[in-house]
Ligand binder design. Structure first.
Ligand SMILES: Nc1ncnc2c1ncn2[C@@H]1O[C@H](COP(=O)(O)OP(=O)(O)OP(=O)(O)O)[C@@H](O)[C@H]1O
Length: 273
């Protein structure tokens, strides 16, 4: 197993010319200002994400994970630093991005197919042109038999599958996922972890995935970004070199356990248990 101490861009390690990062976060700071004391939510975040990477962000409550996600999604202005997708500064929600939140935000009065097609309507696109893709995605997630059902008729796991399909409808290059499986029972969460990995291997989208679970982060991630709080910052970045596809049973191997232990140890050393 090989660990890199930090997120060193490849360009810094030699003379070879490399393209700029797909998603570039450089010395990013976010300070929330209100009548009360300003809150330094993110301090000097440096992270270069390559196209096709699956990056998991893990850290304790309040370390700024959701703030970072909202900044990347263009929903929150940054206070200083650089934040760019494919070389273009993010100042508003980019078109080429899909977002999945912990709460599925499905529209209760629309059936499943129509919930997925909302993504096309939102961008003023013809829904008929996207219907085949919506059906295909729902099929990929095992929901072909539920197209005309309503969200209230589905389990939590099925609902979250629908929101992933909606986020993927327009084939975005970047998928942001903020604790998407946090509210699910452990069995459903396992299933969705396996499905998500399968889909990612098939599509090679760039994914930024936030979780509280170290196990989930190691299972899914190509790299795990560890965040600490007070103010929110990157504590370490751990490349996960476990071969893919990873079956769920990989979590019982010594290699997997060593990654989990290393991440837990680092958190413990910085006072986060
Ligand atoms: N809109 C806001 N206005 C002011 N402060 C905020 C706002 N949103 C978040 N914060 C503060 O910024 C810090 C980081 O919050 P954030 O929600 O990003 O953390 P988090 O790691 O996602 O937490 P959790 O895991 O509990 O969701 C916290 O101190 C929080 O109180």
């Amino acid at each position: 197993m090989r660990y890199l101490p930090s997120d060193v861009p490849a360009a810094a390690t030699g003379d070879v010319a490399v393209p700029p990062a797909f998603l570039e976060i450089g010395k990013l700071n976010k300070i929330y200002r209100s009548e009360r004391k300003p809150i330094h939510a993110l301090q000097d975040i440096d992270l270069h994400i390559r196209e096709g990477e699956f990056v998991c962000i893990v850290g304790p409550s309040g370390c700024g994970k959701s703030t970072l996600m909202r900044c990347i999604a263009g929903l929150e202005p940054i206070s200083s630093g650089r934040l760019a997708l494919q070389g273009k500064a993010i100042t508003e929600p980019p078109d080429d991005m899909g977002v999945v939140f912990q709460r599925d935000l499905l529209l209760e009065w629309r059936n499943i197919l129509d919930n997925v097609l909302v993504a096309a309507e939102f961008h003023d696109l013809d829904r008929r042109q996207h219907e085949a893709r919506a059906r295909e995605l729902l099929g990929l997630f095992g929901l072909s038999a539920f197209l005309d059902r309503y969200p209230r008729e589905l389990s939590g796991g099925m609902r979250q599958r629908v929101s992933i399909c909606r986020a993927m409808l327009l084939d975005p290059q970047l998928l942001l996922m903020d604790e998407p499986f946090g509210a699910l029972d452990p069995f459903t969460r396992d299933e969705l972890n396996a499905e998500l990995q399968r889909t990612w291997l098939a599509t090679k989208k760039t994914v930024v995935f936030i979780t509280h679970s170290i196990t989930e982060a190691v299972f899914l991630g190509s790299r795990v970004v560890m965040m600490a709080r007070g103010p929110g910052r990157v504590a370490d970045i751990v490349p996960i070199e476990i071969e893919r596809p990873r079956g769920l049973q990989v979590r019982e191997t010594a290699e997997f356990a060593a990654y989990v232990a290393r991440i837990r140890d680092t958190f413990r050393q910085i006072g986060i248990t």
